[in-house]
Design a protein around this ligand. Structure first.
Ligand SMILES: *[C@@H]1O[C@H](CO)[C@@H](O)[C@H](O)[C@H]1NC(C)=O
Ligand SMILES: *[C@@H]1O[C@H](CO)[C@@H](O)[C@H](O)[C@H]1NC(C)=O
Ligand SMILES: *[C@@H]1O[C@H](CO)[C@@H](O)[C@H](O)[C@H]1NC(C)=O
Ligand SMILES: *[C@@H]1O[C@H](CO)[C@@H](O)[C@H](O)[C@H]1NC(C)=O
Ligand SMILES: *[C@@H]1O[C@H](CO)[C@@H](O)[C@H](O)[C@H]1NC(C)=O
Ligand SMILES: *[C@@H]1O[C@H](CO)[C@@H](O)[C@H](O)[C@H]1NC(C)=O
Ligand SMILES: *[C@@H]1O[C@H](CO)[C@@H](O)[C@H](O)[C@H]1NC(C)=O
Ligand SMILES: *[C@@H]1O[C@H](CO)[C@@H](O)[C@H](O)[C@H]1NC(C)=O
Ligand SMILES: *[C@@H]1O[C@H](CO)[C@@H](O)[C@H](O)[C@H]1NC(C)=O
Ligand SMILES: *[C@@H]1O[C@H](CO)[C@@H](O)[C@H](O)[C@H]1NC(C)=O
Length: 696
């Protein structure tokens, strides 16, 4: 649940078998497996009857022929030390470290030193000049209620009060929404529940209330906050006030809040960006390097009864639509001084050179900048990643590690939860089955691994395994998927969504997201951090060690079929005219692979790595030119949620809503043909390389 990070650190491991590996920080997730594959295969090859035994295939070093040492998995998993993760987190959360600040830069330098001490081959601190957004510290933002004479009847607190000594630090940025344009506006308020498309449609169809020219009041939750702003804006609202309703961030008991519990106290406020876009606002689609061309800053400002049951939160008031105040002439005022600034931020990247094929990468990463202390988001992930790099550093000389995927962790302590693209499911399941369950009650109930509790909590309907949802754009993996078709996964320990209907953990982006919260309330003993770290490090190892990349193409085709079914469920009537059958065109040909030949294995692994890239279209999705993945990307009405067939889904949704049907049907027809083409391309990728042309 993140957005727009100005700095990122990712570690990636290069596959290497006979050498050590260390971490690296980089922005990408790539694949680094083939080297291992070749090595192992050759080992087997040498013992094949057709071959001279002990006679290695010419040109392949001897060590490539040995299978990975099975002990390494245990050494890595057992090497993860919860106390070290705790110490890392303490260091990372000592000071607020908002993107673009000296404190965040200092953390970047510390990480660089840490990796150098832990033996990475190459560590860099790479600067970028990005446009970030900050409130004016000498003239803070607020919301005010004015009576008919213009007297202030209520004014919001400018900052969150200090509740424990831990928050009493300099550099805490007061609550604000980044990229809000500055302004001072007044108007009546209309309450729009969560501000989703369906909430606005309810108002439009079932009430006479219009948000046009009004200030919209929306509660946080369900969807990305930037999409709430977008929906209000396109309907002509002049401003928006976002708030956290007790219904969404407490268990109902006002005393069971921070610093006694993990629930948000009334004085807490969520910060966050409302930016919807790709990368830096001034250099969209390209790195914000020193010399990049920058757009001119467009400072356009946001254009300007009793609610139904499910719109009501838990404040002791009657929830009404608004559109007027009970006292005539009263108005709400929003005063915003937030402004944008181009600042320098740094990515820390470290590399472990692969001994065999240093041209293939596995990336592991996390962002570094936090809204305030960031003890959960993002530092729980960084603290764990640092521990991974230490463990791997110690195993120099024993085996290769590799991970593709950017993961974060630590959102609760109930169960693992994952978002990911289908090719990585297999490794995810396999790794979680190896990691011991950190909850002794669960173990006593017969669920001895992380996988067991995960499966028990989120069984996947129709499959005998835990559910993995498609990733949205909520975190750092998005550009890797969207731009270059890299399989990615985002894992975390989390609360049980079946029991607690939370959209985010309560303290999300508030000043109270402190080390104290994690250490004393949410993960006492850091057992859950360690478990996620163990899953992470084992996935990395597997992706490195296995002869054939552990990608299951059937998982991909199953998901494509399911998503096609759901598209047909939603739009079947519309689509029947077009007689398009997407599924039948996509077949799984991988099973025929000849595993006895190292060259074939290398070839197969290349094919596996390239399947996902077949779904990348340089022209982008219709109307979303920076989004290149035609199968999976984020939803256009909720940045946090994943969407499949996003191009069709967008156009068909517009048709259902009565937007220019003629034009949208053209989009559907055209995009269908493009989709058929990419699905055929994906098949071509896994066809026999000497006969790969598709016969149309
Ligand atoms: C911040 O507010 C102060 C006081 O109103 C003002 O003098 C200053 O110009 C503002 N700074 C920016 C960057 O807008
Ligand atoms: C914050 O720290 C300062 C200096 O240590 C101290 O004077 C002040 O009382 C503290 N404030 C709170 C609310 O604890
Ligand atoms: C309007 O209200 C009816 C009855 O409550 C409900 O079934 C319907 O879904 C509402 N329309 C929208 C667009 O939400
Ligand atoms: C506003 O700040 C005051 C003083 O720090 C505090 O007592 C009060 O609880 C705060 N109110 C809210 C709604 O946060
Ligand atoms: C941009 O900001 C300037 C100064 O605040 C203002 O005069 C102008 O109207 C703004 N332009 C737009 C398009 O909002
Ligand atoms: C809710 O507000 C009403 C009216 O102000 C008050 O009488 C009642 O005690 C409040 N209930 C709670 C649980 O605070
Ligand atoms: C451990 O599992 C038990 C039983 O499933 C559950 O009640 C408890 O809340 C779990 N503990 C944590 C810390 O998640
Ligand atoms: C698990 O998290 C809950 C909050 O969800 C917290 O109250 C509890 O103390 C945590 N348990 C452990 C063992 O960390
Ligand atoms: C691949 O996935 C399919 C279906 O999801 C499953 O039946 C099969 O066992 C998987 N194969 C491997 C090797 O994991
Ligand atoms: C609908 O789209 C067509 C084709 O692009 C265009 O000619 C027409 O002006 C559009 N109509 C409206 C109402 O936008």
């Amino acid at each position: 649940m993140e957005e727009l990070h100005s700095s990122t650190e990712n570690v990636y491991y290069r596959r290497s078998q006979s050498r050590n590996n260390r971490c690296i920080i980089i922005l990408t997730i790539v694949v680094a497996i083939v080297a291992f594959v070749v090595g192992i295969l050759i080992g087997r090859y040498a013992t094949c009857p057709e071959m001279e035994t002990n006679d290695p295939v010419h040109g392949f070093p001897e060590e490539l022929m040995k299978d990975a040492d099975p002990e390494i998995s245990k050494l890595l998993i057992n090497g993860m030390n919860s106390d070290k993760i705790r110490q890392n987190l303490k260091m990372l959360t000592e000071k607020p470290h908002l993107g673009g600040t000296d404190e965040n830069h200092e953390l970047g330098r510390k990480l660089k030193e840490f990796w150098e001490e832990n033996g990475l081959d190459h560590v860099v601190l790479a600067p970028y000049k990005v446009q970030l957004s900050y409130p004016n510290m000498s003239n803070l933002n607020y919301v005010e209620l004015l009576d008919d004479q213009g007297n202030s009847m209520y004014k919001s607190n400018l900052t969150e009060p200090i509740l424990t000594p831990e928050e009493n630090k300099t550099g805490v940025v007061p609550p604000f929404n980044a990229y809000s344009p500055p302004g001072d506006i007044q108007g009546v308020i209309v309450y729009v529940n969560y501000g989703r498309v369906e909430d606005h449609e309810y108002l439009e169809q079932n009430t006479s209330v219009s948000v046009k020219g009004k200030i919209v009041l929306a509660r946080y939750g369900k969807i990305f906050r930037g999409d709430k702003v977008k929906q209000a804006e396109i309907r002509g609202a002049i401003g928006i006030i976002l708030y956290s309703d007790p219904d969404d961030i407490t268990a109902g008991d006002v005393d069971k809040v921070y610093p006694n519990d993990w629930w948000l106290p009334p004085s807490g406020a969520q910060r966050g960006s409302i930016y919807i876009g790709v990368g830096d606002p001034l250099t969209p689609g390209y790195p914000a390097t020193e010399w990049a061309y920058r757009k001119r800053d467009p400072n356009e400002s946001l254009a300007g009864g009793v609610v139904p049951e499910d719109w009501r939160g838990k404040m002791n008031v009657t929830y009404r639509f608004g559109d007027a105040f009970q006292n005539q002439g009263w108005k709400a005022r929003i005063f915003i001084t937030t402004h944008s600034k181009v600042v320098t931020t740094y990515n820390v990247m470290g590399i472990i050179r692969g001994a065999v094929e240093p041209d293939r990468y596995v990336l592991v990463g996390n962002h570094r900048d936090a809204w305030v202390f960031g003890a959960l988001d993002p530092s729980s992930g960084t603290a764990t990643m640092m521990e991974m790099s230490r463990v791997i550093g110690q195993l120099l000389g024993s085996g290769g590690v590799w991970a593709r995927g950017l993961h974060r962790m630590g959102r609760g302590n109930s169960t693992l939860r994952a978002l990911g693209t289908p090719l990585l499911y297999r490794s995810l399941y396999s790794a979680t089955k190896k990691v011991p369950n950190p909850n002794s009650t669960e173990v006593a109930a017969g669920r001895s691994t992380v996988y067991d509790t995960w499966y028990n909590t989120y069984p996947w309907q129709g499959y005998h395994r835990p559910e993995v949802k498609l990733p949205g754009s909520g975190s750092d993996y998005a550009p890797f998927r969207d731009r270059i078709g890299i399989p990615c996964v985002d894992i975390r320990y989390s609360w049980n969504k079946n029991k607690l209907k939370l959209s985010s953990y309560p303290m999300y982006h508030s000043v109270y997201e402190t080390f104290y919260l994690v250490d004393r309330i949410m993960d006492i003993g850091f057992k859950y951090h360690t478990a996620v770290g163990q899953v992470w490090i084992e996935m990395a190892r597997q992706l490195s060690d296995e002869v054939i990349l552990p990608f299951n193409v059937t998982d991909l085709t199953n998901v494509i079929e399911d998503q096609t079914d759901s598209l047909l469920d939603r739009f079947g009537q519309l689509l029947s005219d077009n007689q398009v059958d997407i599924v039948e065109r996509f077949e799984n040909k991988l099973e025929e692979v000849d595993k006895t030949n190292p060259y074939v294995v290398r070839q197969v692994n290349d094919q596996l790595m390239n399947i996902e890239k077949a779904f990348i279209d340089p022209n982008g999705l219709p109307g979303r030119k920076y989004k290149h993945h035609l199968l999976f990307t984020e939803s256009s009405v909720d940045n946090y949620a994943g969407s499949s067939y996003p191009g069709l889904s967008d156009a068909l949704t517009r048709i259902v809503h009565g937007d220019n049907a003629t034009q949208q049907w053209e989009v559907v027809h055209k995009h269908f043909s493009v989709l058929l083409f990419v699905l055929q391309s994906a098949q071509s990728v896994i066809r026999d390389v000497s006969n790969f042309m598709y016969s149309y």
